[in-house]
Design a binder for this molecule. Sequence first.
Ligand SMILES: [Zn+2]
Ligand SMILES: [Zn+2]
Ligand SMILES: [Zn+2]
Length: 477
Amino acid sequence: MVEDFEKDQIIVDGNVVTYHNLKYFIVEINDKFRPDTFTQYDVLLLDVREESLLQYIISQVRSHLNPRVYLIPIFILNTTAYDETVINSLSDGTIPSINHLDQIDPKLLDIRARISRINHPKVLSFESQMINRTLNLMYTRGKKKLDPIPYFHSGIGYYYPELSVNFNHRDEITVLKILNTAEDEGLFQSEFHERVYLCNSCHSGYLNYREVCPKCNSSDATAQDLVHHFPCAYVGPIEDFQNSIDDQLDCPKCNKTLRHIGVDYDKPSVLYTCNSCHHRFQDYYTKAKCTTCGTENDVEHLVSKSIKRYIMTKKGESVAINGYINIEKQLETLSGTVTMEIFRVLLQYELQRLHNVGYQTNIGYLHVEKAAQVGGVLGLEKQKELMNDLVQVLKSNLNPSDFVSFYNSSTILFSFVGTDFEKAKSTITEMQSLASRLLTKSYEKVHIGLRMDIVSLKLGSEVDQSINSIVTPLTKM
Ligand SMILES: [Zn+2]
Ligand SMILES: [Zn+2]
Ligand SMILES: [Zn+2]
C-alpha cells in the first residue's frame, strides 16, 4: 500500500515535477527558455497565459532539430482550452493544474508508446528531414489528416502546423513543394481545398489588389459618368455638360439642354481621371502590390498554387515509423546537389540553428574560369562530366551534413556548416589543389582555371545578400 501511495505521489522540486516515474518540466515566462535542455524531461507543462508567447514557445520546441525535443508531449496549464488552432494542433492538451496529471495519463501513455516505435535514420536531404518530422509528429499524435489552417501569420495565408512550424514566413512556399514531393512519393493523398495567389518575386501572399491608372500605376483616380448626347452624338465626361449655377446639363457641342436620360442622352460608361498624371481612361488595370517586398504584380503573373488537404496513406504511416530516405538517394544518384532554392532555405535554417548555439557558418564557392571557352573545347557532355567530378571532390571533403548546389553551369556553391573559418579556409586550399590535379589529369586538352574561396555568414545576415556578394564579382570576370 505504501508503495502504491508513493507511486501516485506528485513530487515537486522547483520547476520539475515527478509523477508515475515521469519527469515533467514546468515552463514559465520568467524562465530562461532553453529547448536544448528539454531532452532531460518526458513532458512539458506550459504555465504561460499570453497567447503569442505560448505560440512562440511551442514553435521553438516543435521546430527543434532533436527528435527528443520536437516530439516531446506538451500540455498547457490552464483552466480553459485555447481556441487558437495552431496552438492546439501543436500541443497535446490542457489541464487545470499539476494536481490533475492523472487526467492526461492515458494520452501520454499512447504518445510515448508511439514515440518509442519511431526510428530516426540519418537523413541528409532537407526535404527528407522535413517529411520525416511531419510524419513523426502526426503519427505520434495518432493524426492522419494534415489540414491547411487559414492563418494570418503565414506567408502564404495557410499553415500546415506540423510542417510549416519549421519555416519562417518568407520560405513557406517550400512547404507546398515538400508536400507535393511527399504526395508524389505516395505518402499522402490529397483533396483540393483552395487556390492562393502569391507574389511573383518573393512568394508572399500578402497582396494589396488595386485598380490603377494604366499609365502611371497610381490608384488615386476619380470616376465620373460619361455622357452621350444623341442629337449631336457628342460623348464626353459629365463635367463637360455641367455649369456652376445649377444642376442643368448643357451639351458643349450643340448647346442644347439635356432633358431625359434614355430619351435624348445616356451614360454609356464611367470615365476615370488619374489624379496623379491626369490621364483619362475607361478601363483600369488590376495590380497586386506585394506588401512584403513592394513588387507591383500584374495579376496574370501572380504565382498560383493550390492548397490541399492531405491524408496520410498506409505507406506514409510505415514511413513515419521507419523514416524516409528515398529522395536523398535520388538526389545522390543525380549528382549529390540540391537546387539553389533548397540551398537558400537550408542555409537560412542552418543559420538559425547555429545562431541558437552560438556557432557561425560559411559559404564556399568553386568557379570555373572562362567556362564558355572551356565548354567550347570540351563539348556539353564532357563539361557536365567535369562539373560532376568537381562536385564529387567537394562532397568527399565536406561533412555529410553540408550541401552543394549549382548556382549556374560554371559556379558551385556549398555550405561549411559549423566549421570555424580558419579550418574551413585550409580545407579549401586542400580541395583546390586536389581539384586542380584532377583537372590536369583528366582534361589535358584544355587549361581550366579554378577559383575557390569561402565567405563567413555573419549571424543575422541575409542569405541572399551573402550569395550575391559571392556571385556578383564572379559574373563580372
Ligand atoms: Zn449635343
Ligand atoms: Zn496616372
Ligand atoms: Zn513580394
